[in-house]
Design a protein around this ligand. Structure first.
Ligand code: FEO
Length: 395
């Protein structure tokens, strides 16, 4: 059923408490999620976004119970990704001529996925607007690369609501919908995880976009994203946070990530951790086994860190495949201004630390000396190197 957001604006999405992963299995979901669609019923009736295909029957039934589908004057698609567009084909079967307002790139993504070039697309760009009656307008703002080339936001004048789509969202189920009703600690954990794992690669564009939005000086009473809590209590707080996160964000934290075969590399990881704590008690230390911990959670901790230490034993003249895959993801996230150190045990050839160093440099990290390259299991002499490695990361 629809639920009021403000005046004639309603939420009509899907809260999915059972969702466990997103983007295939690339993003873990620990606290549910939602796909937020919105219905505006002014002189014009407007649908903003839809929900993912598995929920399309439920979504369309809900929509039908609230409004005669033929009365929907137009649909705004802020983004073509299937979690927001997945119900569009079923809906367009019922109202095939309804105009769809979206960016030029969204025509490409929607057509590429659903193969309906005949849909009645109305291409918009930043600053374009539509009158929806009662003195209100929808104004479109392209949000290119936040996080797809087709992304845009839609601003409703009069009610001062920014429908921001993925930006400012979280994979987080909030039954009561609003940020002031949500568990604040979980809300910020999920908002930061979302930023670190999805938006961080585009941080320079996030910074520019936030500056552009701030320069418009729009009154914003509500930010209504397409996932998670709707920001109605101090909505600007999430914009301010994005601005902070977009600029080489770091806290006084060092994250140690490793995988191990016979525990030698694990022992090094823990020794480095205890040395950091001894040398710099104010520095937060987090230690993760890459094979056992959730990769998105580790990346969120990397996002918060000023430095990381990464360890792998050498195996088959290589690093462990778990660490190799993790490094692919690390590179994709384009972290900036962070230091790294490398460590690992080996029995015979010992290429591991050199490979880790190269991969971290490719991922944009400043790799410091010393490294710990340990033949067989660590001795006291090897453990002592952990102190100099810790010192190099702390300062
Ligand atoms: Fe980029 Fe929520 O989809």
């Amino acid at each position: 059923m629809k639920r009021q957001i403000k005046n004639n604006v309603y939420w009509i999405g899907k809260i999915d408490w059972e969702l466990e992963t997103f983007h295939g299995a690339d993003y873990s979901i620990d606290n549910g999620s939602s796909q937020n669609a919105y219905l505006i019923q002014e002189e014009k009736t407007v649908l903003i976004d839809t929900v993912w295909k598995p929920h399309s029957t439920e979504f369309i039934d809900n929509l039908k119970s609230e409004v005669d589908l033929e009365k929907i004057d137009f649909i705004v698609m802020n983004h073509g990704e299937i979690d927001h567009s997945g119900s569009l084909p079923a809906l367009m079967e019922k109202i095939p001529d309804t105009p769809i307002y979206c960016t030029a790139n969204a025509v490409k993504s929607l057509t590429g996925q659903f193969h309906h070039p005949e849909w009645n697309y109305k291409v918009v760009k930043t600053g374009d607007s539509i009158d929806i009656g009662n003195g209100k307008k929808l104004v479109f703002v392209e949000m290119r690369m936040l996080h797809w080339p087709d992304s845009m936001a839609t601003y409703l004048t009069g009610d001062n609501i920014l429908f921001s789509n993925d930006a400012f969202g979280q994979h987080f189920a909030v039954e009561e919908l609003f940020n002031d009703k949500a568990d604040t600690c979980l809300l910020w954990t999920e908002a930061q995880k979302y930023y670190a794992n999805i938006l961080n690669p585009f941080s320079p564009l996030v910074k520019k976009k936030v500056e552009e939005i701030q320069a418009l000086n729009l009154p914003i009473d509500i930010i209504a994203p397409s996932h998670g809590a709707i920001w109605r209590d101090n909505p600007l707080q999430i914009i301010e946070k994005y601005y902070e996160w977009s600029q080489d964000y770091q806290e006084n934290q060092i994250t140690i990530a490793y995988d191990t075969m016979w525990e030698g590399t694990m022992q090094l990881a823990h020794k480095i951790g205890s040395e950091i704590t001894r040398l710099s008690p104010d520095t937060k230390v987090k230690i993760f086994n890459i094979s056992k911990a959730d990769k998105n959670d580790i990346m969120t901790e990397v996002f918060k860190s000023k430095a990381i230490a990464l360890g792998s034993p050498t195996v088959g003249q290589n690093i462990l495949s778990s660490v190799g895959g993790w490094l692919d993801f690390l590179k994709e996230l384009k972290f900036t201004k962070k230091k790294a150190a490398v460590f690992g045990c080996y029995g015979w050839s010992g290429e591991g630390t050199k490979l880790l160093r190269g991969r971290l440099e490719e991922a944009g990290f400043e790799v410091v000396e010393p490294e710990i390259r340990c033949n067989w299991n660590p001795t006291e002499e090897v453990f002592q190197k952990a102190e100099t490695l810790a010192e190099a990361l702390c300062h």
